[in-house]
Structure formats: structure tokens, C-alpha cells
Design a protein around this ligand. Structure first.
Ligand code: FEO
Length: 402
């Protein structure tokens, strides 16, 4: 377990989780990393910890740099358990009395997580002396928890950005310059769409502030809590975030559905063909083989989300309800939406989907399309009309060019 040198006195000492696939309901097909960093100066400072279960990996890497008991202080930029879970075990090796600095909300959250563990959790009170420099802190509430904060080491221009600018990937590479942009961009988008979407307004404000304060040129390295350290060109990930927070719709549609006996599937195929023929980049997803978080990623940049459900026991299909619940929590903006579905007798499924899409704040300008039993050519005609209408709406908001 080797540490990785980032600068002359800053090391990556985190953990690589090759096996995780379900990250609180979000599919992580490539695993993840829990990044932690060690600043070795007159004072030795650990920035963040790792998930519970990875204490040995963290301590093994720290031990290749310094004796863990020599660590003077810990900074907790984010109190979610993938970064705080290993704090008690790590502090038992470091010294349980060593201070753990966190934001005021971080103190509350860590105290709630580790009742009776005897941790010495302290609120940050201005810059923190690390020896030849002070760490300065920027509270980044709700990016993406109330406790979240960034730490910045001005003399080296190193920003410790907790979950911001991260991605879920377990790999031997630690730096952005070890892979191509074509490789990391989809991973960064997937992470942003599933973790940060509800907080785009807060992210936009932070980006505006660091730009207005002239801090962007001072940022030489960004060290997030997941994925790559940005040392080649941190401006690229900053620029991607500046683009993503705008939630500008692209000329793209997502058709997502589940089906009982293939009728809703036939409808989805028909709609996919019509939209595609209108020059819309159309993505067809069956919930039988596509995870909700993969669908959410595709929805992020799409102008339209079109959801199909059969009716089962007077309800929409459970997998569709699961998707809508997940998408609702992400609060995506600037979406056109529509519903369709088949049924045998009562036919509530598509109606319930339509109603739910409206409560999600999407623009739902057209009636749902329903088919009873198995669709014939006549039954499918309304989908041609729906495809035509949706494509016109998409072109209005996303422009005529892809
Ligand atoms: Fe990586 Fe919000 O924890």
C-alpha cells in the first residue's frame, strides 16, 4: 500500500474500493476511491479519512510517510461516512486526543455519528496553522451536505475539495494526466448528475465567488475525495462544472420504460423511431436492464424525458415508481416530459406517471398516450404525433443543431 506524492510534502494516502457497486442506491460499476491526504510540514495534518473497513489501508499508506502517531491534527471536510467512517479507528492509531477540525455543521454531524467514541472534534476558527502555511477554509454548505467545506493551501495552490470535482472510479491511476479527457468526462458527468444535481445553484455561487475573488489562477492542484487528483489542468474540471450547473438541454431525448407483456415496450420502440427520424439523439432504456442512476446520467443533458409504464394493480410499475422517486430527488431543471403506457382494463399507470412528472417540475405539455392490450398500427399512431410534438419542443429549447 504505497502513498502517492502529489507535491514535495503532500501525499495521497487514501483507499481504493474495487468492489463497491451500490453506493447508497447509485450504481458504481467501476468501484470508487476514498481519497485522504497528508500534509507533512512542521505540523502533520491528515485531510479526511476513508470508509469504515479501509482503516488498515489508510494507516498502511500513512506509515510509509510518517509514524501515524506523529500526526498532529485531522481536518474533516465532509462528514459523510465514506470519508468519516474510519475516523475512530484511525484516531485510535494517531491518538484519540488529537483534534479533528470540521465546520460547525461538521462538528454536529460527526458528534452524532460517533457518540461516545471520545473524539476531540473542534469547529474551525479561522485559518489552521500547518507549519509553513495556513490552511484556509471555505464553507460549501449543501455541496453536497450541510457540513461540506473546502480547504485551501495558498502557498502551493492546492484545493482539497471533498466530494466536489470527484468521480467514482477504482483504478491504479491517481492523476488526470494519466488518462484522456474522453475517459474522465463521462465519469465526471455521471458523478455530477447523481450526486450534485440538486445543488447546482450552490455550486454556481461557489464558482462565481472563486472567479470573482481571482482565486481560479491560484488553484494549481485540486484534490477531491473521489477519483483523480487534478494536477495537469484543474481549469478543465472547473470549466466542466461551470457548464453543467447551467443545465442547458441538448437536442437529446431519453425514453425509459418497463413492460409486463411487451406492449409498453412496443410503444417505446415506436416512439424511439419517430423521435430519431426527427433528428433527435434518442436513447432507449428498459428498466429491466438499466439502473436508475445510469438513466439519470443520460437524463442530465437531455431536453426530454419520456417515461412508459404498464398498469399493475391500479398503479404504475414498481421499477418506474423507483425511477421517478430517484429523479424527483435530483430536481433536474429544464426538462420536457411525457408519459405513455399500456394496460388491460383500468389503465392508471400512464396517468399516474404523467401526474408525477408534473409534480417534478418538468414541462409536460402533451397528454399521455395509452393503449389497451396489444397495440396495432392504429393504436400506435398517437405515438407518431407525440414524437413529432416532442421533437418540435426539443428543437425550441435546444436549438435546431445538436
Ligand atoms: Fe463522498 Fe458525500 O461523500
Amino acid at each position: 500500500m504505497e502513498p502517492i506524492k502529489i507535491t514535495d510534502n503532500i501525499y495521497w494516502v487514501g483507499a481504493v474500493d474495487y468492489d463497491i457497486r451500490d453506493f447508497h442506491g447509485y450504481l458504481t460499476p467501476h468501484g470508487s476511491t476514498y481519497n485522504a491526504y497528508l500534509i507533512v510540514d512542521k505540523k502533520i495534518t491528515l485531510i479526511d479519512a476513508v470508509k469504515h473497513g479501509f482503516e488498515d489501508e489508510l494507516l498502511s499508506r500513512i506509515s510509509k510517510v510518517v509514524d501515524p502517531s506523529k500526526i498532529d491534527q485531522v481536518v474533516s471536510n465532509h462528514a459523510e461516512m465514506d470519508h468519516s467512517g474510519a475516523l475512530p479507528g484511525t484516531l485510535r492509531a494517531i491518538g484519540i486526543e488529537k483534534p479533528v477540525y470540521a465546520s460547525a455543521m461538521g462538528v454536529k454531524n460527526l458528534s452524532g455519528q460517533f457518540k461516545g467514541a471520545g473524539l476531540n472534534i473542534k469547529p474551525i476558527a479561522g485559518p489552521l496553522d500547518v507549519g509553513s502555511d495556513n490552511l484556509v477554509f471555505v464553507e460549501t454548505r449543501m455541496i453536497h451536505w450541510p457540513d461540506s467545506m473546502f480547504s485551501f493551501l495558498p502557498s502551493q495552490g492546492v484545493l482539497f475539495s471533498q466530494d466536489g470535482f470527484g468521480m467514482h472510479l477504482a483504478a491504479p491511476e491517481r492523476f488526470d494526466d494519466e488518462v484522456d479527457e474522453d475517459f474522465w468526462r463521462p465519469l465526471a458527468l455521471n458523478y455530477f448528475a447523481n450526486i450534485l444535481t440538486p445543488y447546482t445553484a450552490q455550486i454556481a455561487k461557489v464558482l462565481e465567488k472563486v472567479t470573482a475573488d481571482g482565486l481560479v489562477p491560484q488553484i494549481k492542484v485540486i484534490c477531491p475525495d473521489h477519483g483523480f487528483v487534478w494536477r495537469k489542468d484543474p481549469a478543465k474540471i472547473l470549466s466542466l462544472y461551470s457548464e453543467l450547473v447551467q443545465q442547458k438541454p441538448k437536442r437529446k431525448a431519453v425514453i425509459v420504460f418497463d413492460t409486463m407483456w411487451h406492449s409498453t415496450e412496443y410503444m417505446a420502440r415506436e416512439l424511439t423511431d419517430h423521435l430519431s427520424r426527427q433528428g433527435i439523439e434518442t436513447h432507449y432504456y428498459s428498466l429491466k436492464n438499466r439502473h436508475r442512476s445510469a438513466v439519470a446520467t443520460e437524463c442530465y443533458e437531455a431536453a426530454a424525458i419520456i417515461v412508459g409504464s404498464p398498469t399493475i394493480n391500479n398503479q404504475m410499475f414498481p421499477s418506474v415508481a423507483d425511477l421517478l422517486c430517484y429523479l424527483k430527488s435530483l430536481k433536474m431543471k429544464n426538462k420536457i416530459a411525457a408519459a405513455f403506457g399500456s394496460h388491460g382494463w383500468s389503465g392508471e399507470g400512464a396517468k399516474l406517471v404523467q401526474a408525477e412528472l408534473k409534480t417534478m417540475g418538468y414541462n409536460v405539455p402533451f397528454d399521455e398516450v395509452r393503449v389497451q392490450w396489444v397495440p396495432n398500427e392504429q393504436d400506435l399512431l398517437p405515438l407518431k404525433a407525440l414524437g413529432q410534438s416532442i421533437s418540435e419542443e426539443i428543437k425550441k429549447v435546444a436549438g435546431d443543431k445538436a
